[in-house]
Design a protein around this ligand. Structure first.
Ligand code: URA
Length: 240
């Protein structure tokens, strides 16, 4: 990788405008390998770079890929209206980097949400052609019945859809609990499918995307982590 000036490097990592980054440098707030950097023009090799800003250590990342355990009452929208937005759960640098959620969960849906500043990754993950299965745990208002499972797996007709939508898999896991796997990501899909099948969703959690489970990440509600390349591989549709 070619070298990049220190002010541009900080800007690329979400530390604010170039002017602001230059001020941070001039104020002695930026260090590399323990050395305070005072020249914003210093040419830096960003590969595998670790640096500190205000004493906090950061690693240079061309793009960031994040998983968040989304709590309830948080909106995925970029302009949240009734609740805080998901970006408020992340360091401010992520907003400056233009990190965005990959698809959306409803404000009252909890669980696994991916976020990134890599447009290609966001596009690929959200593409309907990609068929990355998403697994949800739904708490139902009425008890789950074999007939409900049969309806969800054979397909239910939603008002604005041309054809019935079917769950890829649907398993009862409690009297009022079912796990449902969907390949599509239609608006309010789980809730609308349950309603169309004559039940009602009283709580919803996304517990897996492709081969990545929320449990394996060990995130408490509201916590997030970076995803490395091996973890991102779990998000690619598996051919069997
Ligand atoms: N289906 C829903 O109904 N809501 C979500 O947030 C995700 C899937």
């Amino acid at each position: 990788m070619s070298k990049i000036s220190l002010d541009r490097l900080l800007q690329s990592q979400g530390f604010g405008t170039r002017k602001w980054c230059r001020e941070l440098i001039a104020d002695g707030e930026v260090a590399i390998a323990g050395e305070t950097m005072t020249d914003y023009r210093a040419a830096i090799d960003a590969e595998n770079l670790r640096f500190t800003v205000f004493g906090e250590e950061w690693e240079y990342r061309e793009h960031v890929y994040l998983a968040l355990n989304k709590p309830s009452n948080v909106e995925c929208s970029r302009k949240p209206s009734n609740h805080p937005g998901v970006l408020s759960l992340l360091p401010e640098q992520m907003t400056w980097r233009d990190v965005q959620p990959v698809g959306r969960l409803d404000h009252d849906t909890t669980g696994l949400l991916l976020l990134s500043d890599d447009g290609q990754f966001i596009h690929a993950q959200s593409s309907p052609k990609r068929h990355v299965p998403k697994r949800y745990l739904a708490i139902t208002f009425d008890p789950v019945t074999p007939a409900l499972i049969a309806q969800l797996t054979s397909g239910v007709q939603l008002h604005d859809e041309p054809a019935p939508l079917a769950a890829q898999r649907c398993v009862q896991v409690g009297e009022r609990q079912l796990e449902i796997v969907l390949e599509q990501g239609k608006y309010h899909q789980v809730k609308r499918m349950l309603a169309a099948a004559g039940n009602h969703c009283s709580a919803l959690q996304r517990i897996a995307i492709g081969g990545m489970t929320l449990e394996s990440l060990g995130l408490a509600e509201g916590e997030w982590c970076y995803l490395d390349a091996a973890q991102r591989q779990l998000l690619v549709p598996q051919t069997d």
